[in-house]
Design a protein around this ligand. Structure first.
Ligand code: PLP
Length: 450
């Protein structure tokens, strides 16, 4: 064990980690990173197959982003955004508005994905008070949805494994079935599905639509809930229902934004325009914390008025719109333009799809799903019966360990093994990564019960 590992064990408490797992095991200490690769203290290489928690876009250490950060550090490193402004926040807001549908006209910054969503929820609730519909206080979300770890976003979360301990603290909200197509909650076949799982939403709106403030969803993929990729039609139908009953729609693109699904934003594939768009993770290319909640002029105008009218949105975080993070975000958008990042994606996505196909034949792979640069394999105990492993079996743990031996940083989500690759990953790297994943997953010794 290195001195750093010893001190890590002594002083650090890691997120989403059972520290007991590392009582006898050395934690991987990353010393440097380049492109899709991470290097540990001893110089060993690992592919960052999960984009360091789904945020790295152009690879680690991209020179354009580093230069933008360095330039900004010569000017101003932090300034409050209440009552003052700065070039980066302004120019970035202009670019985000230009990149997104015309209806989204205003940008409110914060510093992580949870707050991006929390802000959208609070804005919606306050909006309804300002426009004389204070009865619209009920919130709707999807089972297996994930929007963050604050009390508000946990209240709208649908992953009991994460938030069960706080159940008593969370406020009530409506939960619609998850569009978990492999295990359809209403028993439909994918070929003939007409998104029947949205019927409870239609019923809820018919019964009490005038009381519903907002629906929040992750477009096209419920990521933390198990990489559940769902049809465009579901998002379109949900959005149409919101429109019909005047309910706000929040699209949480914290994970899907910035090219990950093959388009700049997942919502583009469905042609759906929300009232609130939540962005973070890839916003800075993944290298600094920053988030943005975009909304419409109608929402903005409802908060606009004389101070005494009590229309101010009293919400803000110290590092809201931080200048260095804004410079990084502008650098990332510059790379999208200069490297024509999105134009290279279809070939990479097709190549990845080709490389993943054989995994579906493994007897322990129940479902293979892909959306853009995201691929997921759901492992099952028996393919015909789709019998899942119980969470306590930790089917992902031996796979994670075997991945490390192969030079892969994998982070299984329960029974789901996934790749969430930086957009910069080359065809040769996709080939190498999928080959190594194949070595891990095709070896029955790494799979529980086989
Ligand atoms: C869809 C989605 N929303 C919100 C969040 C929360 O973001 P953060 O961890 O930055 O608070 C995440 C994080 O994984 C996410 O995937």
């Amino acid at each position: 064990m290195s001195l750093l590992q010893e001190k890590d064990r002594k002083y650090l408490w890691h997120p989403y980690t059972q520290m007991h797992d590392y009582a006898e095991r050395d934690l991987l200490i990353i010393d440097r990173a380049q492109g899709v690769r991470l290097y540990d203290e001893k110089g060993r290489e690992y592919f960052d197959t999960i984009s360091s928690w789904w945020c790295i876009v152009h690879g680690h250490n991209h020179p354009t982003i580093k230069a933008a950060i360095a330039r900004q550090l010569e000017k101003v490193e932090q300034v409050l955004l209440a009552g003052t402004s700065h070039e980066g926040a302004i120019l970035l807001a202009e670019k985000l508005v230009a990149l997104t549908p015309a209806k989204l006209a205003k940008v409110f910054y914060s510093d992580n994905g949870s707050t991006a969503c929390e802000i959208a929820i609070k804005m919606s609730l306050q909006y309804w008070q300002h426009v004389g519909e204070p009865q619209r206080r009920e919130l709707v979300a999807l089972a297996r949805g994930y929007h963050g770890d604050t009390i508000g976003t946990m209240s709208l979360g649908g992953v009991p494994e994460f938030h069960g301990a706080f159940a008593g603290l969370l406020f009530d909200s409506h939960r619609l079935p998850s569009p978990y197509c492999y295990r359809c909650p209403v028993g439909c076949q994918q070929e003939s599905c007409d998104c029947e799982c949205l019927a409870p939403f239609a019923k809820l709106l018919a019964e009490k639509g005038e009381k519903i403030a907002v629906l929040i969803v992750e477009p096209l993929i419920q990521a933390a809930g198990g990489m559940l990729i769902y049809p465009v039609k579901h998002l379109q139908k949900a959005a149409a229902l919101c429109k019909e009953y005047g309910v706000h729609l929040i699209l949480d693109e914290v994970a899907t934004g910035f090219g990950r699904t093959g388009t700049m934003f997942a919502m583009e594939q469905a042609g759906v325009v929300p009232d609130f768009l939540c962005l973070s993770k890839g916003l800075t290319g993944g290298c600094l914390p920053m988030a943005a909640t975009l909304t419409t002029d109608a929402v903005y105008q409802a908060f606009y008025g004389d101070y005494a009218e009590e229309r101010t949105f009293f919400h803000g975080h110290t590092f809201t719109g931080n200048p260095v993070a804004a410079a990084a975000a502008l650098g990332s958008l510059q790379i999208f333009a200069e490297e024509d990042t999105l134009a290279h994606l279809p070939e990479k996505i097709r190549f990845l799809q080709g490389k993943m196909r054989r995994f579906a034949d493994l007897p322990w792979v129940g479902d293979l799903r892909q959306l853009g640069m995201i691929c997921a394999l759901e492992l099952v105990r028996d393919k015909a019966g789709k019998t899942p492993y119980a969470p306590a079996e930790r089917v992902g743990w031996p796979i994670y360990l075997a991945g490390l031996k192969e030079g892969l940083l994998l982070r299984p989500l329960g029974n789901v093994i996934y790749l969430w690759l930086p957009l910069s990953t080359t065809l040769a790297e996709i080939e190498e990564i999928t080959e190594r994943v194949w070595r891990v997953l095709s070896d029955s010794r790494n799979i529980k019960g086989w």
